[in-house]
Design a protein around this ligand. Sequence first.
Ligand SMILES: [Fe+2]
Ligand SMILES: [Fe+2]
Length: 190
Amino acid sequence: MFRLRCASPKTWLEAVLADFDAFLLDHAAAEKKASGMAMSMLSHYPDKPELVEAMVELCLEETLHFRDVVKLIHQRGLILGADSKDLYVNQLRKLMRQGSELYMLDRLLIAGIIEARGAERFGLIAEALEQGELKKFYKAITESEERHEELFIDLARRYFSGDEVEKRLDELLDAEADICQALPIKAALH
Ligand SMILES: [Fe+2]
Ligand SMILES: [Fe+2]
């Protein structure tokens, strides 16, 4: 586990709690994208059995998260919206370097950082919610995304040296903090 270099602002949590319906629609989209990302990762590296197996599991788990959020959305009488671009994820993706080795390392580390930010934000929501099913759900989601963070960092360490991982993670965590701090505040995961 590593530490993110900035905490999400209180204003973000306030925006989410003020329009939880909008947040849920975005959360569903984020889970669906996470599931698709896992599948695309394993398609890119079919010759790496550990990675393939880990990504199949991840894809299933993110799809289950998606299913659960869809249920919450439908219970509230809402319907899913069209997919929109995720500025945070797109900005992080721009940091991926060219060259198959560098690209793979960056892809794993950035995926781990996205999971870590998700875990931080779901954790803030879980803490803020009143006792009940929704709070339990966000607590469980937080723990799950924390495990995903570890999974990606473990994969990075499996395929790259500890030094390479630490050095690049350090750079990416600085960049992520800048990106996160510049995000517009809205009732969305990012
Ligand atoms: Fe998830
Ligand atoms: Fe995840």
